[in-house]
Design a protein around this ligand. Structure first.
Ligand SMILES: [Zn+2]
Length: 120
């Protein structure tokens, strides 16, 4: 392996954790702004904007948590020596692909097949 996968994963984990923390804070801010605005009309356009941004923040947070799980799994594979090996064909995933996507579990060929034919 020509690049430092562990360093890349740890950096990604720190970044994702930081982003999740920011999302938690903006979620709290949104809740706060709803309380402050004292809306008594649920059809108020401001009210629905708040609902939309809350949903957006929630789905971003969900995405971030999934990413964190992938990163943790990749770090575990690094520890047990399975990192960089395709989970499907057992071949090498390849440095270029891992560098672009350090959490990849499939080689490019298997990933394409996986996308082309949905699992039954
Ligand atoms: Zn493969």
């Amino acid at each position: 392996m020509t690049f430092d996968a562990r360093a890349a994963l740890l950096a990604k984990r720190a970044e994702t954790t930081q982003r999740l923390k920011g999302l938690d804070e903006s979620f709290a801010d949104i809740v706060e702004s709803v309380r402050d605005s004292n809306l008594d009309d649920e059809h108020d356009p401001e009210g629905s904007t708040v609902a939309v941004s809350r949903a957006q923040v929630a789905s971003l947070a969900q995405e971030g948590r999934e990413q964190l799980r992938e990163i943790e799994a990749a770090l575990r594979r690094l520890d047990d020596g399975a990192y960089g090996t395709c989970a499907r064909c057992g071949g090498p995933i390849g440095d270029a692909r891992l560098e672009a996507r350090p959490t990849a579990t499939l080689c490019i060929g298997c990933a394409q097949q996986e996308n082309a034919s949905p699992r039954r």
